[in-house]
Ligand binder design. Sequence first.
Ligand code: SF4
Length: 198
Amino acid sequence: MAPRSDGQAYAVEAVVNIDNCVSCGICVGACPTATPFRRNSAIVPGIELPDFSIADLRKRTMAATADKQGNTRILVYACEHSGAESLQGPDATVITMPCVGMLPPSFIDFALSRSYADGVMLAGCAEGDCYYRLGNEWTQQRVDGTRDPYLRRRVARERLAVSWLPGKSGRQKQVLAEFIARLRALPAPSKERRSDRA
Ligand code: SF4
């Protein structure tokens, strides 16, 4: 923490020590200003990765399932170390990031409530073997509502799947297959969508 440099409230502000930063993006996922719910204002999160902005993640979320039909359009947010790219297929579109902990939970809410997906899957490194040590654990805690920022309660948990499994084992694919079957058994979701500023 360092003395405030921008005249805003509070005496100190967080400063990134670039010699220690590993560009995991977990700080982005933890920042409550990194939300996709915008209509007219620009997205200006408190912290960003230089080569993967929250505005970019939002655009990719909005476009992810544009080529998919039916009620099993699944958006997979995945850690690029998890091997989950192989989940890409007729039902699933995969968006990778340095660590799944980079994902603000509000994106899950956004994708489902705005009908950009019928289901969201999170795929990270295997339990106890996170490339960035705590990304999978903290993401699970955000989903469970025990670590800020929380995934809102209104998000239908039956439309969310989570995998902390090794990509090479094929078990991620099994989780996806079971998720597709679960979505098929649910009542068809509303496809009504409010217009979002691109
Ligand atoms: S959370 Fe990750 S990206 Fe953010 S400052 Fe720390 S090491 Fe860097």
